[in-house]
Ligand binder design. Structure first.
Ligand SMILES: [Zn+2]
Length: 134
């Protein structure tokens, strides 16, 4: 009785559940982070008397908070999209070439939607990502 070896290990229901709770935790974290960013943005609003130096700091802070918020938002939509794919039973499958994404990659980047080959092609500009990230 020879055990058949799998080249690409598929997600087991157990691992999938782990990744799902991981994704949900990340979703909460990002949502909290975003509301905190908005709060910080409001708190750092000038109360009228700012010299040129303060103004520079203020606009820098605003820009930084905006960048951070945008980054959070981009990742949050990736996390939500991953949870959607999970609900549809398409989680762990590359949305570009339909290949099974390796478990190791899913554990490292639970919200990924492309296999390592497609990801490399997207990064090299040889292919366009279906899910655009700002
Ligand atoms: Zn692929």
């Amino acid at each position: 009785m020879a055990a058949s070896s799998q080249s690409q290990q598929a997600l087991t229901p157990q691992v999938r559940r782990q990744l799902e709770s991981h994704l949900r935790a990340r979703q909460r974290e990002l949502e909290l982070g975003m509301s905190r960013t908005v709060e910080l943005g409001l708190k750092s609003a000038p109360d009228g008397t700012l010299d040129v130096g303060d103004q520079a700091v203020f606009s820098y802070t605003k820009e930084m908070l905006f960048t951070q918020g945008t980054h959070h938002h981009a990742q949050l939509s990736q996390v939500i999209a991953a949870l959607h794919r999970m609900a549809e039973g398409r989680y762990g499958v590359c949305m570009h070439c339909e290949a099974t994404i390796g478990v190791k990659r899913m554990e490292a980047v639970p919200w990924t939607s492309s296999c390592i080959d497609c990801q490399e092609r997207i990064e090299k500009g040889e292919m366009e990502a279906k899910l655009r990230v700002a």
